[in-house]
Design a protein around this ligand. Structure first.
Ligand code: SF4
Length: 1018
């Protein structure tokens, strides 16, 4: 199969087809509904592109893609040699392992250290595996309130950034290699000047920070140089929430949400299950309501209004797509419904039926003290203020929302415009840019690149020699957080220590070090800075007592008792003075800006695991796009893949369109972070730069987008049509209604579950169990199995990135993904149900099912895939000759064939990344999920040495450990008391394609929803 462009989709015909087929039909993609040649190709052939028959010379040929990879390898081979020499060097200061294991390194025995990663200033507590001094795998820290042992895609991928050969490696002066002593000489001169002017002309631009040590350093520096100023720039920060708190309470407050206590949640465009450092904890608390074990248990209920489909929207029991700019009007109507004296102009968009609004009001009112209203970062301050007012009116303050002092210690708002004003006024003579890339991320109207060039001395410290580094006189490589000492507060204020696992690979310096250079304390190490700060904060302790506290804090990763106390701020919202909501032209198109779901604001652009991770809901890899609803795309004469010119008030960009079911009409979403010019070899050149359209007056949403079709098309690598395991379309037409009920994703409402707890088993799976040509095998001892709860799964894909990291999985690049050759061992399939305008969305993680009667094993001519006595379906890589018969015979499409030499065997720095317990596969070999057999064996060996059985929960697969929702449970199904056995005995348990008699060891717990009967029956 080779297509120069994507087949145009007829959205009207698709919508009509969906209407004909009725509401029960589950579908995966618009291509499936339209039966496009692309979809047909993937349906009938697992790998539609034969490498031998690929087109020559096409812009997207894999030859070109390969040559690009080759460049990366060659570049890295030379550049990373310096890193190789340092790759097993521990930090010079004493670091403390998490478990009470001998601190000496025992070859083959990893140690775990607690540390923290910071996301927009807020800490996520981590445990990092160190193999002989090499950090190789990141997990959540069970003792940290922000992670509770789980993680997200960014935490999992952070270790790849550490070893990224494209990281900045040397000090640069005017773009040429220099060194740290040369920079210190410049800094000495600078300090002498600053001393005489009290710091006049000195400006320091940082990202959002919650580091108490860094803030203390800044306070001290500003005391030393009182005319200097500190500014902060966080392109996707929570600035509107801060402004909303000031509107509501008169001063800034931090909100900590207690989703564990909230029976009814209303989200005003808040993607709380995916966005931000707290989302890991929130996902856990939210999911605990969803994975109910008995019909009598209670479930929470989520109502959500949003413009852009999100994974939180997919989990909602009631979701309404309305334009981002209209959500504040909805918030006013909801507030008025709750009796607040707010001026309401009605329930906003016609998309919000009055009955819907009233039902939400009644549900909230009947859950006083156990409901919660949350507003998203794209919403204006007024919407946040109204959310606070509604929570106060409902008695939720102090119950489901806890207020504390602010966590962030940097200037609260994005103060880049003030910095630009200072530059224009000629007040800036020296600018330090610490850890930020404003030349790429600044609002377009600030024209920051030109402004920056007016500053006489520009110094940048960053992980990469990026767009900002290019325009600065000095660039200092920044240390990665796994190479640094620091501290940071979690979402509830708990202090976590950032503890390095490895000495800096290159000539990196931390932002703490840069401040010491300015303040003249250059001899002080980062460790001493952090430790001394906390020593002064705990001055009441004796030296010995403090040492015990310090050791325990390093061991645990958190400082006990540092969560910020709960406050009871008085609501002082002046409803009459709320700024008017924007007046929207109903036909005009708005453009919404969001951080990209896989590469964030652009800082993760050079991370290949994240680039190749399919974006939730669209499954597009390696690119961003202009998301439109199918109806709006149709109205504009566009289809997915059409390239358009965008113009918003004179700010222009161009990129491809993608029709996204469930997107609000007359609204376009552009995710930020793509269009990088100096990201590195992996991330440069992909996608559309949304920052070119974003201005400081409209950072979240702007109105009046003009969309012009160019006539060009652009091919994107979307995995949504890959690995289809549904029956072919002709069969679907012939299937009865009952057969759909036995579909791959089984769903019921809570009421349906209560009436029929056996719904997931119906219609009966009548494949005769035990029917086999082979004699039955009795599994004695351990029998490994897995249960995946679809009610808990939020589709966040942390499991997918965790699997990359644990199992040394290779990335293949955009063009190989387009050919269906992505190598992920676990994927998360999306299913939709309902019309294009607002379908229900379901996620289904698919690893190898470890079938007891595995179809793959029977067809392997060389016995390279076979069963062990514990039920694992194993791959013997050395035997595999690459016939791919096993893959053809796998009904679940979970086997991955290494067509080319995907694993990078050349780049020295990537050696440090790899898990030594897992082989690195070469070309011509079939590979797949093994239930992390290396983890199973390690625990079994330890248990045997201690003459005991493996305890339940002692083995966690990588996907299970990462999952914030605890949707994946693994264990011994021969133990009736194991967690996995208990889950498999639930009535919600079912097998995928059980009718094939494969007897999969991985089974699923059916999805439950909890719609409001008042709305459902309306
Ligand atoms: S199973 Fe995977 S996709 Fe689902 S919530 Fe867990 S980590 Fe996220």
């Amino acid at each position: 199969m080779h297509l120069e462009s994507k087949t145009p989709l007829d959205f009207e015909a698709i919508a009509a087809k969906l209407k004909r087929e009725g509401a029960r039909h589950l579908w995966r993609s618009l291509d499936e509904l339209a039966c496009t040649p692309e979809y047909e190709a993937f349906l009938h052939d697992e790998f539609p592109k034969d490498p031998a028959k690929e087109p020559q010379g096409a812009a997207h040929s894999s030859e070109q893609a390969l040559s690009r990879r080759q460049v990366l390898k060659l570049m890295a081979a030379s550049a990373a040699l310096s890193g190789l020499t340092a790759c097993t060097k521990l930090p010079t200061e004493k670091i403390v392992p998490y478990v009470r294991a001998p601190e000496e390194i025992i070859p083959g025995k990893p140690l775990f250290y607690a540390t923290s990663m910071v996301d927009r200033g807020i800490a996520i507590g981590l445990l990092v595996e160190s193999q002989m001094g090499r950090p190789t795998k990141v997990e959540g820290n069970p003792d940290h309130p922000g992670s509770l042992g789980a993680s997200n895609i960014f935490c999992q991928a952070s270790v790849l950034t550490l070893w990224d050969p494209d990281r900045s490696q040397t000090v640069l002066r005017e773009g040429r290699i220099s060194d740290w002593p040369a920079f210190l000489a410049t800094a000495d001169d600078l300090r002498a000047n600053l001393a005489s002017t009290k710091g006049a002309g000195l400006r320091i631009l940082t990202e959002t920070t919650s580091s108490p040590t860094f803030a203390a350093q800044m306070r001290s520096l500003l005391a030393q140089f009182p005319s200097a100023k500190w500014y902060a720039h966080e392109p996707c920060g929570n600035h509107a929430a801060h402004a909303g708190a000031r509107l509501a309470f008169g001063h800034n407050m931090n909100s900590v949400y207690r989703f564990d206590k909230a029976a009814v949640v209303v989200s005003l465009d808040c993607d709380f299950l995916a966005d931000g450092a707290a989302s890991i904890r929130y996902a856990r608390d939210f999911a605990n309501w969803r994975g109910i074990e008995t019909p009598s248990a209670q479930m929470n209920r989520l109502y959500l209004v949003e413009s852009t489909p999100s994974i939180t929207g997919a989990m909602a029991d009631h979701r309404l797509p309305i334009r981002c700019g209209e959500i504040e009007t909805f918030a006013r109507a909801l507030s008025a419904g709750l009796g607040l004296p707010v001026q309401s102009t009605g329930p906003a968009a016609s998309a919000v039926p009055d009955a819907w609004l009233k039902a939400v009001v009644r549900d909230l009112q009947s859950h006083r003290g156990s409901s919660l209203v949350v507003a998203g970062a794209s919403q204006p301050p007024a919407a946040h203020a109204l959310a606070h007012a509604m929570n106060a009116a409902l008695g939720n303050a102090g119950q489901t929302v806890i207020y504390t002092d602010p966590i962030e210690l940097s200037p609260e708002n994005d103060s880049l415009p003030e910095l630009v004003k200072d530059i224009e006024a000629g007040q800036v003579s020296t600018l330090f840019i610490l850890g930020s890339n404003p030349v790429f991320t600044a609002p377009a109207d600030l024209e920051f690149a030109q402004e920056l060039l007016k500053v006489p001395l520009r110094i940048h410290c960053g992980l990469y020699d990026d767009e900002t580094a290019e325009l600065c006189h000095w660039h200092i490589p920044q240390t990665h957080f796994l190479e640094s000492w620091s501290d940071a507060r979690a979402y509830d204020g708990t202090v976590g220590i950032v503890q390095p696992l490895i000495a800096p690979l290159y000539q990196g310096r931390s932002v703490h070090k840069l401040l010491t250079v300015v303040s003249g304390e250059v001899g002080k190490s980062d460790h001493d800075l952090v430790r001394d700060y906390w020593r002064t904060q705990r001055s009441q302790l004796s030296g010995e007592q403090f040492e015990i506290l310090w050791q325990k804090t390093l061991n645990d990763g958190v400082m006990a008792g540092t969560a910020l106390p709960s406050l009871s701020p008085k609501l002082s919202l002046d409803y009459g003075k709320l700024p008017d909501p924007p007046k929207l032209n109903q036909q005009a198109i708005e453009v919404v800006f969001r951080p990209d779901p896989t590469i964030g604001d652009g800082r993760w652009a050079n991370n290949a695991w994240l680039q190749e991770l399919p974006k939730p809901l669209t499954k597009i890899t390696w690119d961003n796009f202009v998301a439109l609803s199918p109806a709006t795309a149709w109205r504009l004469g566009l289809t997915s893949g059409d390239v358009v010119n965008l113009n918003i008030n004179g700010w222009k960009a161009s990129g491809p369109v993608w029709a996204v079911p469930g997107h609000a009409d007359n609204s376009a979403t552009v995710t930020l972070g793509y269009g990088r010019k100096r990201a590195g070899h992996v991330g440069t050149g992909f996608g559309l730069n949304g920052y070119l359209l974003r201005t400081s007056s409209a950072p979240a949403v702007a109105n009046g987008l003009q969309v012009e079709k160019t006539g060009q098309t652009y091919l994107m690598a979307a995995t949504q049509i890959h690995h289809p395991i549904n029956r072919n379309n002709q069969q679907i037409e012939e299937e009865s209604e009952n057969a759909f009920a036995r579909d791959l994703v089984r769903v019921a409402t809570l009421d349906e579950f209560r009436q029929n707890p056996q719904f997931a088993k119906e219609p009966k799976e009548d494949a005769a169990k035990g029917l086999s040509l082979y004699p039955p095998f009795k599994y004695e001892g351990y029998a490994w199995g897995m249960s995946i709860d679809l009610s808990r799964c939020t589709g966040c894909e942390a499991c997918v990135v965790a699997c990359y990291s644990e199992n040394n999985i290779a990335v293949v690049g955009k063009y190989e993904v387009m050919a269906g050759r992505d190598m992920q061992w676990i994927r998360v399939d999306n299913y939709f149900r309902g019309g294009l305008e607002n379908p229900e969305t379901y996620f289904e993680p698919i690893p190898c099912m470890q079938c007891e009667q595995a179809p793959c094993e029977l067809v392997c001519p060389v016995g390279a895939t076979l069963h062990d006595h514990e039920g694992l379906n194993q791959m013997v890589y050395n035997r595999c000759v690459g016939t791919r018969y096993c893959s053809n015979n796998c009904p679940y499409k979970v086997r991955r064939f290494n067509f080319r030499l995907y694993s990078d065997w050349v780049t020295p720095s990537l050696y440090g990344l790899r898990n030594p317990d897992v082989t690195v596969r070469s070309r011509g070999v079939m590979e797949k999920c093994t239930y992390c057999v290396q983890r199973i064996n390690e625990v079994k060996i330890n248990a045997e040495k201690e003459d005991r059985l493996v305890r339940d929960g002692e083995i966690q697969t990588a996907c299970q450990q990462a999952c914030p929702a605890q949707a994946i449970i693994f264990g011994n199904i021969n133990d009736p008391n194991s967690r996995v056995s208990k889950l498999k005995r639930q009535t919600r348990d079912y097998s995928l394609l059980a009718e094939l008699n494969t007897r999969p060891r991985t089974t699923y717990l059916a999805k439950l929803r909890n719609p409001n009967p008042e709305i459902s029956t309306a």
